[in-house]
Design a protein around this ligand. Structure first.
Ligand code: NAP
Length: 357
């Protein structure tokens, strides 16, 4: 019994010894509520010294931080000052947990910070956020995909399509925010499932990418086309599923062009996140009633207990060449706010991430 215990202790010591001295973490603290677009002056960057690791804990160093639309929408619910929320992919640089070895990667909702001490087995995930995940081996794919196709947005697409839209082969699915992290993924799953896929995005280049690279049947620049005419042209059999990432008037127009018993997955409403006053849109209820639509909002953490199912399915499609991705990589911990604003303005095609150093 004693013999067995000795190597276990040594192993823990050896893993722990990877950390030298006390580690200083940097983190963003939000000190002012956003007014319109987020600004650097809404935050301060604070340094904090982390304590020694306790049994069961690991120290993780952020390699990629995520910028996501929800960050713009959610902060109003926090009492200030507060640590900035957000997902990250972080490398374990020190460990006192035998299931979480040094060198492995975690994805988790650790916020905008450089280093985090976490007890993965009982990490207190803030309500509504992603679970701490030990990233599986991504093979030759970059670990940053743990924030994109192989992470939260990928699972949003996977479960949103599979569980809410439930498209049948031959049906038509329309996606707004079509060239973003979630939207570009939704469209590709739609093609995998044998659907006609039509996307809306904010530039001609994005639309060309959707049609030529990702196999969307049609893509339209919502800033320059007449939405009704685009729907007539792109969806001759009308719309069976609508994956709504943006909300607002375009969503009312699309829902008015749906078939009976159509399904609407309400994923987000980015068209209003920066607005100081919520916009008014044309009444939706007639379309919902007369077409007997099923409209369902969802949050991806509904499927926390199936998280790895989504990652595995997306990884399989990626390895089979059925799923493609793009990333917009910003550089430097100091540039988090520029990255968040850039993503909200539409600088990204695919997932926007920040490489910490
Ligand atoms: N329910 C959930 O659990 C869940 C999870 C993840 C994401 N979401 C939601 O899904 C949506 C997409 O998220 P994402 O992470 O994939 O972000 P994303 O699409 O990668 O990035 C945001 C995109 O929104 C577009 N956009 C900005 N302002 C717009 C406007 N006024 N009208 C239309 N489009 C606008 C921009 O593209 P353009 O150039 O095309 O304008 C921008 O690239 C968001 O609404 C987000 O809140 C929900």
């Amino acid at each position: 019994m004693l013999k067995k215990m000795v190597p276990t202790c040594n192993f823990a010591k050896r893993m722990y010894s990877t950390a030298t001295g006390k580690v200083k973490a940097q983190k963003y603290v939000l000190t002012k509520y956003f007014q319109g677009e987020p600004k650097k002056s809404d935050f301060k960057i604070v340094e904090e010294e982390l304590p020694e690791l306790k049994e069961g804990e690991v120290l993780a160093e952020a390699e990629y931080l995520s910028v996501d639309p929800y960050m713009r929408a959610y902060m109003i619910g926090y009492k200030l000052p507060t640590d900035m929320i957000g997902g990250q992919v972080a490398k374990i640089i020190s460990s006192r947990n035998k299931n979480y070895a040094v060198g492995k990667y975690l994805a988790g909702s650790f916020g905008w910070r450089t280093h985090t001490i976490v007890k993965p087995d009982d990490f207190n995930t803030p309500a509504g956020f992603i679970p701490v995940t030990l990233l599986p081996d991504f093979g030759t794919h970059p670990v940053s995909l743990g924030l994109g196709v192989l992470g939260m947005p990928g699972n949003t697409a996977y479960f949103g399509v599979k569980e809410i839209c439930k498209p049948k082969p031959g049906e038509t699915i329309v996606i707004t925010g079509g060239a973003g992290a979630v939207g570009s993924h939704v469209g590709q799953i739609g093609k995998i499932l044998g659907c006609r896929v039509v996307g809306f995005a904010g530039t001609d280049e994005k639309c060309e990418y959707l049609e030529k690279e990702l196999g969307f049947d049609r893509a339209f620049n919502y800033k320059t086309v007449d939405i009704r005419a685009a729907l007539k042209d792109g969806c001759p059999k009308r719309v069976d599923c609508y994956f709504d990432n943006v909300g607002g008037e375009i969503s009312t127009t699309i829902m008015s062009h749906m078939n009976k018993y159509g399904r609407v997955a309400v994923c987000g409403s980015i068209s209003s996140y920066n607005d100081m006053k919520l916009p008014k849109v044309t009444i939706l209820q007639p379309a919902i009633v007369f077409k007997e639509l099923k409209v369902e909002g969802f949050l991806v953490n509904r499927w926390t207990d199936r998280w790895n199912e989504g990652i595995k399915a997306n990884l399989k499609w990626l390895n089979e060449g059925k799923l493609k991705y793009q990333e917009k990589v910003y550089h430097g911990f100091d540039n988090m706010v520029d990255a968040l604003v850039g993503m909200l303005r539409g600088e990204n095609t695919g997932k926007a991430v920040v490489k910490v150093k």
